[in-house]
Design a protein around this ligand. Structure first.
Ligand code: NDP
Length: 339
């Protein structure tokens, strides 16, 4: 059983060598009398929040508390049940949820997994569009920002797992949508594949305030925040009165020893802004709302979801750290087995 092991606490940018591969032997069966399930992991989901767990900083949320050095990386996976002692799960069921990054796992509390209801869509979507990033995009945009037709929406890290969905959902709501991303290829995707009205490469546009003024001459109603730091600073004075900001992530800050200050915070007062942070896990109890909303669009071919699929568990560390330099194009997934 190959496993991706967390080596030790990280400061600054994570490296491939902060993780290593080991092989252990595992019995492919659930112990007699146990209500556990045994799964074969098919896809590993590379998500930016895993960086929090690589620091030795305690958290009230178990999902964010520090990894144990020497234990497998613990993130979202899509898996297939190969043996079950639990009445609600049977051999062959497909599931997604948090689990160790390894080829096979014994899961003692299978109740915390989601059963995969629709198998006529790519299974890897349950790490992205139909998984935690989809929940973030949907509830962050719809519940937190309440977009209305004609409103102007800005999305940062717009071509990623979450951003590409926020842009498409906002277009369906009748909004004007602009995204930023870190390469020419990503900007092309935003404009030509995801249907953003405009997009810019923030690595080439050095004056972000000027870029935002160009695309939003009347200001921004909704900012879907994925990046933080200097980007948030540039956005704040460009918000319209009563604008809403969904603070989903601040990836530009995760690897800094000294987080950047935000200088334009006082704008919140004069512009009567509402900034709300949120965590996808809090919405998992309403997961069916995402499925009801998005599955019809998938079946009608009305949504595009770009994935960056790396093959092989041995390539998982490189795939994960690639998120922090923008190497991924779309949702970063690692395929470790086929059904
Ligand atoms: P992505 O698929 O967007 O991958 C991360 C991307 O972030 C990279 O491809 C890169 O794109 C961009 N990036 C990396 N470093 C920087 C930087 N220093 N400055 C600006 N951009 C950077 O990831 P996700 O869609 O999964 O996540 C997007 C954000 O949402 C993250 O901040 C994440 O933490 C957050 N998140 C929060 C959740 C919640 O529950 N609140 C749930 C899921 C995600 P580029 O080439 O464009 O720079």
């Amino acid at each position: 059983n190959k496993q991706v092991i967390f080596k030790g606490y990280v400061s600054g940018f994570p490296k491939e060598t902060d993780m290593y591969l080991t092989t252990t032997s595992t019995k492919l069966k659930v112990p007699e009398g146990s209500k556990a399930v045994f799964v074969k992991n098919l896809y590993l989901s590379c998500d930016p929040f895993l960086r929090f767990r690589m620091s030795n900083i305690p958290s009230e949320d178990p999902e964010f508390s520090p990894f144990q050095p020497g234990s497998p990386i613990y993130g979202f996976v899509v898996a297939k049940v190969v043996d079950s002692g639990h009445p609600d799960f049977k051999k062959g069921d497909l599931v997604w949820g948090l689990n160790g990054w390894e080829e096979y796992s014994l899961i003692t509390e299978p109740e915390r997994l989601f059963k995969i209801p629709h198998t006529d869509v790519p299974l890897s979507y349950y790490t992205g569009l139909l998984g935690m990033p989809g929940v973030s995009a949907y509830f962050g945009l719809i519940d937190i920002c309440s977009p209305k037709e004609g409103e102007r929406v800005y999305v940062s890290a717009a071509s990623g797992a979450v951003g590409q969905l926020v842009g498409q959902f906002a277009k369906w709501m009748g909004c004007y949508v602009v995204g930023s991303a870190g390469s020419k290829q990503k900007v092309e995707l935003l404009k030509n594949k995801f249907g953003f009205d405009e997009a810019f490469n923030y690595k080439e546009e050095h004056d972000w305030n000027a870029a935002l003024k160009r695309y939003f001459p009347e200001g921004i109603d909704i900012y879907y925040e994925n990046v933080g730091g200097k980007m948030l600073d540039a956005v704040l004075p460009n918000m319209r009165a009563h604008g809403r900001i969904a603070a989903c992530g601040m990836i530009s800050q995760y690897n800094l020893q000294q987080p950047e200050g935000v200088h334009n915070l006082a704008t919140i007062i004069s512009k009567r802004l509402r900034i709300q942070g949120f965590i996808a896990f809090d919405y998992f109890s309403q997961y069916s709302r995402l499925l009801d909303f998005v599955v019809p669009y998938i079946r009608e071919g009305k949504i595009t979801y770009v994935e960056d699929i790396t093959e092989g568990i041995e390539n998982a560390p490189a795939a994960l750290i690639g998120l922090y330099s923008g190497r991924n194009v779309g949702k970063q997934v690692v395929a470790i087995a086929h059904e």
